[in-house]
Design a protein around this ligand. Structure first.
Ligand code: SF4
Length: 178
């Protein structure tokens, strides 16, 4: 049987959602047997697979130009997009900077002798967007996994439902607090 092609991506977030994915523990062994992990912070591949994937899980909000390019590429090349965790779903903590002027914020940090040598970082880090956005403001999203992070049980049940060709059941007492 052909393996399901999966990607995971990490935008503006703390990596806690990927840690929750790893918390599915021994189910990772079953998962590894059924998926072809094509792109992920876990594999450190930098380029989204040109031939596309079946499912992409995205952690984090869209906060800079690199995220914006990648989220559009992911939508174009993924059959299913899952917003993994509250930063991807609502903007959450990264969106706290909305309302601040991004350029002034960067200048005040990197232009200050108390925090920097005075060089602005845009030759090595992507330009910040003026506003941090949840995924659904920018692309169609197929499933939303709430939580900060989403419980490992919710992530596992969602992924295995999709692998079995079923529609994930995204509510239930065992999933809310599992
Ligand atoms: Fe981290 Fe919570 Fe955001 Fe996930 S939702 S990236 S755990 S802050």
């Amino acid at each position: 049987m052909a393996k399901v092609r999966v990607a995971t991506m990490w935008f503006s977030g703390c990596a806690g959602c990927h840690m929750s994915l790893l918390d599915i523990d021994e189910a990772l062994i079953d998962l590894a047997a059924r998926i072809d992990l094509r792109n992920s912070p876990l594999t450190d591949l930098k380029v989204f697979p040109e031939d596309g994937v079946d499912v992409t899980l995205i952690e984090g909000a869209v906060a800079n130009e690199e995220h914006l390019r990648l989220v559009r590429t992911a939508r174009e090349k993924s059959k299913i997009i899952i917003a993994l965790g509250d930063c991807a779903v609502t903007g959450n903590v990264p969106a706290l900077r909305n309302g601040l002027d991004a350029d002034r914020m960067i200048e005040s940090i990197y232009g200050s002798p108390t925090t920097s040598n005075g060089a602005l970082p845009y030759d090595v880090v992507p330009q910040l967007l003026g506003r941090v956005s949840p995924l659904a403001e920018l692309i169609p999203v197929d499933y939303f996994l709430h939580g900060c992070p989403p419980p490992a049980g919710l992530i596992a049940k969602t992924i295995f439902a999709l692998l079995d060709g079923k529609t994930p059941e995204l509510v239930g007492p065992d999933l809310k607090f599992g």
